[in-house]
Design a protein around this ligand. Structure first.
Ligand code: SF4
Length: 282
């Protein structure tokens, strides 16, 4: 089988930084003294490796004396930071600098009396963190439907989860401007996401099918699949053991990967696909 890799795929700068941070902490102390505020990465093999080294999730743990709490790239709320410190924990901040910048913008706008509309997936860790910077004066919207029957003050600003879809963001902006003509907009969507989405769209023009490699709970990975599944048959898999049987029907297969997928998993998928017999599409 012919396999073509997307020109941009895999680890983004923020995830790379957070993963490196936790492994550098392991050089300084026992894994049993390190807790992750949430899974550092949406990748089972790395989570299993950390688990084998003693690194667990923070969960409901309240006895945090002598513990280092590693914050993942998504960031956390300032309220949670205070809570961790009150329980005796030391924060090791792996928040992506791009997410941190969004948090600080929300804080500043809230202090200046703005109402903040955050486009994003309700319940996503980054979004929860962002809301924490303006808990009394913000709302999360996932689509234009969420704007129905809502009123917004003249001082309203629109900001986004970094991995949100750009077309959806501008659709929401357009409708919101009809409701609130004085709306200010800050597009805080990270280019790492867009670069991977644009790349997989280009790839779809060259191949018969696409495999997206990444965590099934990873928002940016799911969006990669969404970006091309209308064009070519597309599967989202976590590793080479999940390569679908039907893929052998296709002559040329494209591969891309979410921002939290390590290279070794992508390479295993590519190698496994290349070993499949090269058949014409049925
Ligand atoms: S996708 Fe962008 S904002 Fe999110 S962690 Fe990666 S670099 Fe940071």
């Amino acid at each position: 089988m012919k396999v073509i890799l997307a020109d941009t795929y895999g680890f983004c700068g923020g995830v790379k930084k957070a993963v490196n941070l936790i492994y550098s902490q392991l050089n300084e102390c026992e894994g049993t003294n390190i807790l992750m505020e949430g899974p550092i990465i949406h990748n089972n093999s790395i989570i299993k490796d950390l688990d084998s080294k003693g690194v667990k999730l923070l969960g409901d743990n309240k006895d945090l004396k002598n513990k280092k709490i590693v914050v993942r790239a998504h960031g956390i709320t300032p309220q949670k930071e205070v809570q961790i410190k009150n329980w005796g924990g030391e924060i090791v901040d792996g928040t992506c600098p791009i997410v941190k910048a969004s948090q600080l913008k929300i804080k500043k706008y809230a202090q200046d009396g703005y109402f903040i509309v955050i486009t994003g997936d309700i319940g996503h860790a980054e979004v929860i963190g962002l809301v924490g910077y303006a808990p009394e004066s913000s709302v999360v919207v996932a689509s234009t439907q969420d704007l129905q029957n809502k009123h917004f003050p003249p001082k309203t600003v629109l900001i986004s989860q970094t991995t949100f879809s750009k077309p959806e963001f501008y659709k929401i902006e357009k409708e919101l401007k009809d409701i609130c003509p004085t709306l200010e907009t800050l597009c805080t969507i990270c280019s790492a996401t867009k670069d991977r989405q644009d790349s997989v769209k280009r790839l779809a023009d060259e191949v018969d099918a696409i495999i997206v490699v990444g965590g099934i709970n990873s928002s940016n990975t799911k969006r990669l699949k969404l970006a091309v599944e209308d064009k070519v048959p597309t599967w989202l898999i976590e590793d080479s053991s999940e390569i679908p049987k039907e893929i052998s029907k296709y002559k040329t297969v494209g591969v891309t990967a979410g921002a939290s997928t390590p290279d070794f998993i992508i390479n295993q998928v590519v190698t496994a696909l290349e070993l499949l017999p090269n058949r014409d599409k049925e």
